[in-house]
Ligand binder design. Structure first.
Ligand code: NAP
Length: 287
């Protein structure tokens, strides 16, 4: 068997094309979706991520604003900036790029963002709403994963989903979203003793560990759907996932590549959340 690739870049592009049309329709009604991205410090990787986010905004017509604050910015000052945009009606989404410098509490910052503008979906209110199946901003990477699986018309209901990794931004919420879609979900993590046996039972295997080639073919049930969230840099500078691609390709039915898999979906869902926020704040599409 040679796995069919789930090409996140193509699915993301199709979604962005639709979003562009939706934004232009909203603009005709006087609604301009606005996203404010705040970065503290000059971490090159973070800078490149935030620039990617504001560039993607422009592509679909969202008003993306980048606020660059110096490394020594105090927590108080950052909270002040967040409060300013919480009050600003032209701003529908606020994203503070993580990680923050050590002297700033990430929890305090995430909780300061209005849940109605928390387009990253990290605020405890949105996490609670997601868990209870209420309307919520869904965290972008997990949301993107569900959308990729749906784009391939893969049935989720009744399937056994095994998630390897339990971080707050990927592992835990992606399992919850699959549960919301009526899958049976099992989590594995660094203290799971019999991971190989559990992984091999998965109809859909999601790997979010952050270790190159961590999952080989002996972890994969023939015909499974394998979602590789990992982003690791090889010695030659190229990106690779957590799954041994060549081995997985031989045994899985569907497989996400790295790069051009889950990654491009993450920013796309951020754009989606910003558009949703603009619509919800103007009561568009609210029933
Ligand atoms: P993280 O916070 O470091 O979490 C890693 C998880 O892997 C933890 O739950 C950890 O278990 C588990 N783990 C570590 N070693 C393990 C082992 N030997 N066996 C089983 N589980 C093990 O990482 P993350 O933020 O979730 O990110 C995971 C990967 O996804 C990274 O490569 C990251 O760059 C990538 N990522 C990609 C995107 C995207 O858009 N494509 C977005 C976010 C993250 P414990 O909890 O027990 O320690």
């Amino acid at each position: 068997m040679v796995a069919e690739l789930i090409k996140g870049n193509e699915i993301a592009q199709a979604k962005r094309n639709e979003m562009k049309e939706e934004v232009s329709r909203l603009k005709k009604e006087g609604i301009v979706p606005g996203l404010v991205v705040i970065i503290v410090g000059e971490n090159p990787a973070s800078l490149s991520y935030v620039k990617g986010k504001t560039k993607a905004c422009k592509q679909v017509g969202i008003d993306g604003k980048l606020i660059e604050l110096p490394e020594e910015t105090s927590e108080e000052k950052l909270l002040e900036v967040i409060h300013q945009y919480n009050e600003d009606e032209s701003c529908h989404g606020i994203l503070v790029q993580l990680p923050l410098p050590d002297h700033i509490s990430e929890t305090a910052i995430i909780e300061a963002i209005s849940p109605e503008k928390d387009v990253d979906g990290f605020h405890p209110i949105n996490i609670g709403r997601m868990m209870t199946g209420q309307r919520a901003f869904l965290p972008c990477t997990p949301y993107g994963i569900i959308e990729m699986v749906k784009a391939k018309n893969i049935t989720i209901e009744g399937k056994h989903v095994v998630v390897i990794g339990r971080s707050n931004i990927v592992g835990k919420p992606v399992g919850q979203l699959f549960l919301n879609e009526h899958a049976t979900v099992t989590y594995c993590h660094s203290r799971t003793p019999n991971m190989k046996e559990i992984a091999k039972q998965a109809d859909i295997l999601v790997v979010a560990v952050g270790k190159m080639n961590f999952i080989g073919k002996d972890y994969i049930k023939p015909g499974a759907v394998v979602i590789d969230v990992g982003i690791n840099r090889k010695d030659d500078g190229k990106l690779t996932g957590d799954v041994n691609f060549e081995e997985a390709e031989e045994i899985a039915a569907y497989l996400t590549p790295v790069p051009k898999g889950v990654g491009p979906m993450t920013i796309t869902m951020l754009l989606q959340n910003t558009i949703l926020s603009a619509k919800w704040s103007h009561q568009v599409g609210v029933h």
